[in-house]
Design a protein around this ligand. Sequence first.
Ligand SMILES: [Zn+2]
Ligand SMILES: [Zn+2]
Length: 112
Amino acid sequence: MKISLCKHRFPIVAPGGSLFHPGDCSRCGITYRDHETELRRQEEALIVGSSRYGKCPDCGHNRRLFRFQPPAQPWHSPDEEMPVSFLCMGCYNTAADTHNAMVKGAFEEAAA
Ligand SMILES: [Zn+2]
Ligand SMILES: [Zn+2]
């Protein structure tokens, strides 16, 4: 797998870009969209590549398990590692939904 060594810097101010549409990397020229696609591709490759058959800790069924790691949030320190678990597809989706609801709740609490 080819991994770019560039620590990308995307301009988020005019004229190069904006906060919602960052411009191309000022160092290597990769577009922000390509960068995001690449990140997602790497994440999916990691999840699929590390999938294994076993007993799901949540539902107790023997199924193909996928690596689940909740994404770090702004309130986590940058080097804080999120806990990794291996879940079947159904429990994976449930865990992702639960995580998203938790994050949404935390933001709503902060905004209240
Ligand atoms: Zn770059
Ligand atoms: Zn399960």
